[in-house]
Design a protein around this ligand. Structure first.
Ligand code: ARG
Length: 457
């Protein structure tokens, strides 16, 4: 087997077993478009800097563009024996234009080439995911806006705690995604650094112009140390971490939607389009999408751990271990994109069961804090008020009644600070609306937040 990988240094052919083991073309062919863009910029720079003659560069450019078309049209034959996308393209270029193709690799190595390709790939995907997250945020804001008056139980320990507006609940997710978006945007600035021109590890003796190449490829920055540029993948680790947090947030939301669509809660109905049936129980409608998103969180976390582990003992500079970066990155990118895509379609069609939410909020003495706060406002220390309210709750439980069923005499038997106006405080609406502290669930706060965030998105 003769190819550009086997020069005269080798006496024997490589075994098929080795070829099969070291190849990456089965997955890095996905980088083809970026590899060609990188090569086009590189060769343009080589010609501009007079490192190769212009007419050679023109031939290379023409050939590369034709190869780009062949790939786009599905006519390109990827060959395992050519290992990876870089050699596959270079070898095809040689078939097309002859030995002048060999000039393309002047002042370049696959080490800076592959680092470039991965950065170009991630740059595009991260931009796409930022747009997807924005869409999610729009949807969450819309849900909030439509459900300001919908009161539901707020939970701690999955126990009824205090009533909140459904809008407040969804705005919580809105802010999680806001931070996710900010994180991706930050990460993008570190992805967007050009490694090309670092060559194998030490830079090159040719008079290249890295700033020119960076301009052609739209990079605002170039890597400042050639060894760092070919060997680190911290930008990929960072993306994988961002992706892990995003899917963690999606998974929390999924868990809630799964609970809420159960018979026990019956808070929501997920549209038929996004549920599946059971093969044996005809009555069932399962929230499989939410479960799958929750489940896929595992693989996205896994990819982060893979990448961190790949990196942890790598001596400087490039080591073949780094080839393992791609599948982890591709998998997280694809998984997350799909999860966001289906959520963007599913979420706006969720129906909230207002009646069940309100009924549920009426259980569990959610207004208890209001009673304690009332006593505090009358001058009682909070701890005492807390204890008295606890006694009232126990009394109500024993007699199977709600706070509103207590007559004023009974209230006053617990504390003579109670007056008739206590009844105004123990309604769910009042309880929600009283949380006027900044960031609290009061209706005014929620309206203000929605207004502000709509302007910001
Ligand atoms: N396929 C390789 C990778 O993904 C390309 C770089 C190979 N470089 C090398 N010196 N063997 O990392």
């Amino acid at each position: 087997m003769a190819n550009i990988l086997r020069n005269k240094r080798f006496e024997n052919d490589v075994s098929n077993l080795t070829l099969d083991f070291v190849e990456s073309i089965s997955f890095d062919k996905r980088l083809a478009g970026y590899d060609i863009s990188g090569s086009l910029a590189h060769v343009t720079m080589l010609s501009k800097c007079k490192i190769i003659p212009k007419n050679d560069a023109d031939k290379i450019i023409k050939g590369l563009k034709e190869i780009g078309l062949e790939i786009a049209e599905g006519k390109f034959r990827f060959k395992t024996e050519l290992e990876d996308i870089h050699f596959n393209i270079e070898s095809r270029l040689k078939e097309k234009i002859g030995s002048v193709a060999g000039k393309l690799h002047t002042a370049r190595s696959r080490n800076d080439q592959v680092a470039l390709d991965l950065r170009l790939f991630l740059r595009e995907e991260v931009k796409l995911q930022i747009v997807q997250i924005k869409k999610m945020q729009h949807i969450l804001l819309n849900i909030a806006e439509k459900n300001i008056d919908l009161i539901m139980p707020g939970y701690t320990h999955l126990q009824h705690a205090q009533p909140v507006s459904l809008a407040h609940h969804f705005l919580a997710y809105y802010f999680m995604f806001q931070r996710d978006k900010e994180r991706l945007t930050e990460t993008l600035t570190r992805i967007n650094v050009m490694p090309l021109g670092s060559a194998a590890l030490a830079g090159t003796a040719f008079p290249i112009d890295r700033n020119y190449t960076a301009k052609l490829l739209n990079f605002p920055k170039i890597a400042e140390n050639s060894m760092d540029a070919v060997s680190d993948r911290d930008f990929a680790v960072e993306y994988l971490f961002d992706a892990s947090l995003i899917i963690m947030h999606l998974s929390r939301l999924s868990e809630e939607l799964i609970l809420w669509s159960s018979q026990e809660f019956s808070f929501i109905e997920i549209n038929d389009e996004f549920t599946t049936g059971s093969s044996i129980m005809p009555q069932k409608k399962n929230p499989d999408i939410c479960e799958l998103v929750r489940g896929k969180t595992g693989r996205v976390y896994g990819n982060l751990i893979s990448m961190l582990t790949i990196m942890k003992s790598l001596p400087m500079t490039y080591n073949r271990d780094l080839q393992e970066d791609k599948e982890a990155v591709f998998d997280s990118v694809d998984t997350l994109e799909k999860c966001l895509e289906i959520y963007i379609a599913m979420l706006p069609k969720i129906k909230f069961n207002e009646k069940n939410m309100a009924q549920s909020a009426a259980l569990g003495f959610l207004e208890a804090t209001e009673i304690a706060d009332y006593l505090v406002r009358e001058g009682m220390p909070f701890r005492d008020a807390h204890s008295i309210t606890g006694k009232i709750v126990r009394y109500c439980l024993k007699n199977n009644i709600r706070f509103l069923d207590l007559d004023i005499g009974t209230f006053r038997s617990f504390s003579d600070l109670f007056r008739d106006d206590i009844y105004e405080h123990v309604t769910l609406t009042q309880s929600v609306d009283s949380k006027k502290s900044f960031g609290g669930t009061s209706f005014k706060n929620i309206k203000e937040t929605i207004r502000k965030e709509k302007g910001r998105l």
